[in-house]
Design a protein around this ligand. Structure first.
Ligand code: COA
Length: 172
């Protein structure tokens, strides 16, 4: 897998990937096939998006938003992600997410985001996302009732987090 920032020419393939994955994504996250253009506009110090690509086919495996980035004494970001068919469930998303986490913790001078702490907030019944957080080594920190507004209601979330001290940088 490789990760990269999205570009305007990703808008159409992104829309196709999200459309064909709507059932897979829709129980847990908003399904917004036409959302990449707005996401491109919103990229900045508080939000960075990475696309995960299969090196062999060039296909779009998934997307990860690093949102709510706060620097200063916090250096924290929240990961939100979706995987796309036909790659979902094949292990590729996990491999790509390891690259995203590595990029988040890498210092700015090595092209990283220089973050110290990452969080993943997941609805309690979202077993595939809980498994993803745990595969990446995130620790369960607690439970927050009514944390995020999704699918028309305020949803409870389990909070997972990881700090840079707990991450072994990927050797490249
Ligand atoms: C959560 C989500 C991103 C997880 O992505 P995914 O596609 O399941 O990720 P992966 O394919 O890397 O998951 C690994 C799974 O593939 C399996 N797998 C299959 N082939 C594999 C391989 N060659 N190597 C490693 N794992 C492999 C793993 O065993 C694991 O399956 P398991 O859960 O049965 O143990 C995805 O389910 C999703 O988009 N869900 C909807 C949106 C969502 O919930 N987002 C997160 C909100 S908090």
């Amino acid at each position: 897998m490789r990760i990269r920032e999205p570009r305007p020419d990703d808008v159409a393939p992104y829309a196709e990937a999200v459309r064909r994955s709507a059932d897979h994504i829709g129980r847990w996250n908003p399904v917004e096939p036409d959302g990449l253009a707005e996401l491109l506009d919103r990229q900045g110090p508080g939000l960075r998006t990475f696309l995960i690509e299969d090196v062999d086919t060039g296909g779009l495996v998934g997307k990860c938003n690093v949102a709510n980035i706060v620097m200063g004494r916090f250096c924290n970001g929240a990961l939100g992600y979706d995987s796309y068919l036909p790659y979902a469930g094949t292990g590729r998303m996990t491999e790509g997410m390891r690259l995203v986490v590595d990029r988040c913790f890498a210092p700015g001078e090595r092209g990283g985001l220089g973050l110290h702490r990452l969080e993943i907030n997941v609805q309690p019944d979202n077993a595939r996302s809980v498994a993803m957080a745990e595969r990446l080594g995130f620790r369960h920190e607690g439970f927050t009732p009514r944390m995020l507004f999704l699918s028309g209601a305020w949803r409870d979330h389990e909070r997972y987090a990881l700090t840079a001290e707990e991450w072994t940088p990927i050797d490249r």
